[in-house]
Design a binder for this molecule. Structure first.
Ligand code: PLP
Length: 337
């Protein structure tokens, strides 16, 4: 029916999602913010603590299974939800996981290094390796490939889930599915706010909406880079996504909107805006956000409403991407005793 979604159907996908996640109105926050506020509960994707990476991993694990892999390798920050989710996906698919932890966030202590996602990853039976840099995607990927080559020499069948931009953006397909899922639930949003890190979630959702004819603005809330650098990155993801699907790029430069007002003091670091946003969501709606992504995204959304970029009374969708295990690793930043 839809040419782009038809092409997607050719990509192998492992069934990690139980089914659609809920779309819910948030009554009290709607009143508080003066908008009609809805939340897409992708914190409830189910497997291994949930979150957005489960949708992305469906395509990576699908490819790994087709290749006959028995081990997946992945890299991320120490408190990465992605590596924890990959360990859960590997367990479900009967594979081993090798998780490489990068030093991305300075000045963190023993709780950051041992609690939250690190505890869960260990519980999931993953093996760990370290990478001493945090801003070297190509180097981190290279280290994974070297470990994969060692495993191969030992007779294992490794599959690397790469981080860098120069790779096939398979995870982006997972968020095209999410956009389709939302449109089937409700198709009349005036604006969307979604976290923008690697860009797979943001671009996938945006590309999915546009492929299905929706023109709703999608505000990517920057969690790692400033708005201009993130927009450049998204342009590159869009180009690679179109190449992956062997079609002309259908996302325009004007579609790419990035907002970095909640980014300070930087990736994986919690400023007062994020702390307040996490507490507001918890105290008003009984829902948990995380300190690195969804808390920043909500803080950025509040800024968009307060600055009038999202107008009063708009019907707004907040995509909750999960991540709450990191709350335990950031307890001193979120709510010091
Ligand atoms: C990784 C992550 C994001 C960002 O997703 P990208 O696809 O890397 O942009 C957002 N929220 C949570 C909770 C995450 O773990």
């Amino acid at each position: 029916m839809n040419q782009i979604f038809d092409k997607m159907a050719a990509f192998p996908r492992s069934g990690l999602m139980g089914g659609p996640t809920p779309l819910e109105p948030l009554q009290r926050l709607s009143e508080h913010l003066g908008i009609e506020f809805w939340i897409k509960r992708d914190d409830l994707t189910g497997l291994g603590g949930g979150g957005n990476k489960i949708r992305q991993l469906e395509y990576y694990l699908g490819a790994a299974q087709v290749e006959g892999a028995d081990t997946i390798l992945i890299t991320g920050a120490v408190q990465s939800n992605y590596v924890r989710s990959a360990a859960a996906a590997a367990a479900k698919c009967g594979m081993k996981a090798v998780l490489q932890l990068e030093d991305r966030v300075p000045g963190k202590g023993v709780i950051y290094r041992s609690s939250g996602n690190v505890l869960l990853g260990r519980l999931l039976g993953a093996d760990y390796m370290q990478y001493p840099e945090g801003e070297d995607e190509a180097g981190a990927d290279q280290a994974l490939r070297e470990r994969a080559a060692e495993l191969q020499a030992q007779g294992r069948a490794p599959y690397v889930i790469p981080l860098g931009l120069r790779n096939k953006p398979l995870g982006t397909l997972g968020y095209m599915n999410a956009a389709q899922e939302v449109l089937a639930q409700r198709d009349d949003f005036d604006a969307v706010a979604i976290p923008s890190g690697s860009g797979a979630t943001h671009m996938g959702f945006l590309a999915g909406l546009r492929a299905l004819g929706s023109t709703t603005p999608v505000h990517g809330i920057c969690v790692r880079r400033d708005a201009a650098a993130q927009a450049d990155r998204l342009q590159e993801v869009a180009t690679r996504l179109a190449a992956l699907l062997e079609v002309e790029s259908w996302v325009t430069q004007g579609d790419i909107q990035t907002s970095d007002t909640a980014l300070a003091p930087g990736y994986g670091r919690v400023g007062p805006k994020t702390r307040d946003a996490i507490r507001l969501m918890a105290e008003t709606e009984g829902l948990f956000l995380d300190p690195v992504y969804s808390g920043k995204c909500f803080a950025g959304l509040i800024d968009l409403v307060e600055s009038g970029k999202i107008t009063a009374g708009s019907r707004v969708l907040f995509v909750h991407t999960g991540g709450f295990p990191a709350l335990f690793a950031y307890q001193d930043d979120v709510l010091p005793l």
